[in-house]
Ligand binder design. Structure first.
Ligand SMILES: Cc1ncc(C[n+]2csc(CCOP(=O)(O)OP(=O)(O)O)c2C)c(N)n1
Ligand code: SF4
Ligand SMILES: [Mg+2]
Length: 349
C-alpha cells in the first residue's frame, strides 16, 4: 500500500513534486504550432481519440524531443496506418493487439543500445505507447502490468472509448454499467452491461506506476500539461483519455463538447492525477477539475443512445449514480476542505 496525500489546490497544475521545475504551461491551444497528427487520418467525424492523440503529440513535440510511438491495434491504429504520413515526424510502429506495453520495452532497449553505441543521446527520445481500452484493460493487461513492474521510462496512453469499437462495439472492462454493446445487448431478460467498469489508473498505481492521470481533449491545457509531465517523470507513467465515440455511443457527431461537459459535471469522468514518491512510498493526488454543478447522471445518459434502454429502468439509473457517488467519495475530504459543496451543489470558482 502507499500513503495518500491530497494536493489542496484544485485545477490543472504544471508542478510536480517529482520534477525540479514545472513543465511548460501550454496555455491556449491556438498558440501552439501544429505538430501532432496531421491530415490524412480516417477517423469518423466527431471522434474523440483523434483530438486526444493530436494533443498528446503536440505537447510532446513542445519538449523538443523525438517521439517514438508504439501503437496497438484498434481504431487509432486503423485510422492512421492506411496513410502513415499523418504521423508526421513521429517514429511509429504498429504492434500486435496485446503487445503495446511489451513493445515499449523493446523500444527503450533499442534506445539504450543506440545510446551505448554513441548514436543518440539517451534522453533525446520520448517512448510512447498508445492503445485502446480493449487493448489495455483486457487483452493487453498482462503486458501493461509487467511493463509497470519493470519500472522503465515511458508514457502509456489509453484511449478509452469504453468498448472495442474497431471490431463492432463489443464490451470491454471499461464499459459502463447498463451500456448497450454487441456483447452486452439491452434486451428483455438482460439489460445491457451488468458489470461495473474497472479503473485502469487504480490498477496502474497498485502495480507501481510513477504517475497516472486522467484527461479529456475538451480540457486541452490540462491534457497537454499532463502529457509533458508523464514524459518527464522517471518510471512508467500512464495517461487515460476520455474518448468520445459517436459510432459506438450512438451519439450525434457534433456533441463532442456537450457530452464531455456532462461527463465532467456528473462526475462520470473525473479529471485527476497521482504522483508517487518512491522513497517514502507516498502518492500525492490532485483533483484537476471540480464540477460547477452537481448534475445527476441521468443528464449524462441523455445524449447517448447506448444508454437509451436504461431510461425505462430508474433503478438502473440509480445504480449508476451510486457507482459514481462511491468513486467520488474519495475526493470528498478535499471538496469539503475547499468549501466547494453547498446545498447539494458544487460551486467551484
Ligand atoms: C490477438 C488479436 N485478437 C483480436 C484482434 C481483433 N481486434 C482488432 S482491434 C480490436 C478491438 C480494439 O478495441 P480497443 O482496444 O478498445 O480499441 P478501439 O477500436 O475501441 O479504439 C480487436 C478485437 C486482433 N487484431 N488481434
Ligand atoms: S468508431 Fe469511434 S473511435 Fe473509431 S474512429 Fe469512429 S468515432 Fe473514432
Ligand atoms: Mg475501445
Amino acid at each position: 500500500m502507499y500513503k495518500v496525500l491530497f494536493n489542496r489546490e484544485i485545477g490543472p497544475s504544471p508542478h510536480s513534486f517529482l520534477l525540479p521545475d514545472p513543465v511548460r504551461d501550454v496555455g491556449d491551444y491556438g498558440a501552439i504550432p501544429t505538430t501532432g497528427l496531421i491530415s490524412g487520418h480516417q477517423g469518423c467525424v466527431g471522434c474523440g481519440m483523434v483530438s486526444g492523440t493530436n494533443q498528446v503529440l503536440r505537447a510532446l513535440k513542445l519538449t523538443g524531443k523525438h517521439v517514438v510511438a508504439s501503437i496497438g491495434t484498434g481504431c487509432n491504429e486503423v485510422i492512421t496506418t492506411q496513410n502513415t504520413s499523418c504521423w508526421g515526424a513521429v517514429s511509429v510502429d504498429h504492434n500486435d493487439f496485446p503487445n503495446t506495453a511489451a513493445t515499449m520495452s523493446g523500444n527503450i532497449a533499442a534506445l539504450r543500445a543506440l545510446a551505448q553505441a554513441g548514436n543518440v543521446s539517451p534522453d533525446s527520445t520520448i517512448n510512447v505507447g498508445i492503445a485502446g481500452d480493449g487493448g489495455t484493460y483486457d487483452i493487453g493487461l498482462q503486458a501493461f502490468l509487467a511493463w509497470i513492474a519493470r519500472g522503465e521510462n515511458g508514457l502509456y496512453v489509453c484511449l478509452n472509448n469504453q468498448a472495442y469499437m474497431n471490431t463492432g462495439v463489443q464490451g470491454s472492462g471499461a464499459t459502463p454499467f447498463g451500456a448497450n454493446t454487441s456483447t452486452t445487448p439491452f434486451g428483455k431478460a438482460i439489460h445491457g452491461n451488468q458489470r461495473r467498469p474497472q479503473y485502469l489508473l487504480d490498477l496502474a498505481l497498485a502495480a507501481g506506476a510513477s504517475y497516472v492521470a486522467s484527461a479529456c481533449p475538451l480540457m486541452h491545457r490540462d491534457l497537454m500539461i499532463k502529457a509533458q509531465k508523464a514524459a518527464a517523470i522517471e518510471g512508467p507513467c500512464v495517461l487515460e483519455l476520455y474518448s468520445v465515440c459517436p459510432e459506438g455511443w450512438k451519439s450525434e457527431t457534433d456533441v463532442f463538447h456537450e457530452i464531455t461537459e456532462l461527463a465532467l459535471e456528473t462526475r462520470s469522468w473525473i479529471l485527476y492525477e497521482a504522483e508517487r514518491e518512491r522513497k517514502t512510498n507516498t502518492v500525492l493526488f490532485t483533483l484537476n477539475y471540480a464540477p460547477k454543478r452537481f448534475l445527476p447522471v441521468s443528464e449524462y445518459l441523455k445524449l447517448q443512445e447506448r444508454f437509451s434502454g436504461m431510461r425505462e429502468f430508474p433503478e438502473m439509473v440509480q445504480q449508476t449514480q451510486e457507482i459514481i457517488d462511491a468513486r467520488w467519495s474519495f475526493w470528498q475530504p478535499l471538496i469539503e476542505a475547499n468549501g466547494l459543496e453547498s446545498k447539494g451543489e458544487l460551486h467551484a470558482s
